[in-house]
Design a protein around this ligand. Structure first.
Ligand code: AMP
Length: 139
């Protein structure tokens, strides 16, 4: 299958979600402040990881940056390189810690309306512990 050509972005155009204001009352912000409990699986200076409250696989963990980023796009556009590197390293560490690095796992980040992003604080899902099937259901 041939990939669709992606139109080039005009220079200096803002990333679409980078201008959405961060809501400090979103559920993950409240978890970070300790106002809501979570089942923590990993924490470091920049990152927190915890079990998803409605797991969709035997392993279903959310990895979030501690900084205030609405979405993947916001994180990619605004987070300093040190935070981005720390986040990627933490996702790898968590997957190894959960024991799914050998058997296989899937990482997924929902960004915006078409992806059904529910919580407006950037997060990556780690799924594993079973055969996960295809990436997306066929239409
Ligand atoms: P998304 O559609 O990518 O925004 O997914 C948000 C995820 O956050 C869902 O899988 C929810 O089950 C999960 N979630 C919502 N509230 C909590 C919570 N208090 N603790 C853990 N996970 C949560």
């Amino acid at each position: 299958m041939r990939a669709k050509a992606v139109p080039a972005l005009p220079k200096n155009s803002p990333a679409p979600a980078a201008n959405v204001a961060y809501d400090r009352n979103n559920v993950f912000a409240r978890i970070l402040r300790g106002e809501i409990p979570c089942q923590k699986v990993y924490e470091d200076e920049h990152v927190l990881a915890f079990n998803d409250i409605r797991p969709q696989a035997p392993v279903h963990v959310l990895v979030i940056p501690k900084g205030e980023y609405v979405s993947f796009d916001d994180f990619a556009a605004k987070a300093p390189a040190t935070e981005q590197a720390a986040f990627v390293a933490a996702v790898g560490k968590v997957a190894r810690q959960l024991g799914v690095a050998e058997s296989g796992f899937r990482i997924l980040a929902n960004h915006g309306a078409d992806a059904n992003q529910e919580v407006p604080h950037f997060h990556v899902h780690i799924f594993g512990g079973k055969r996960l099937g295809r990436m997306l259901p066929r239409e």
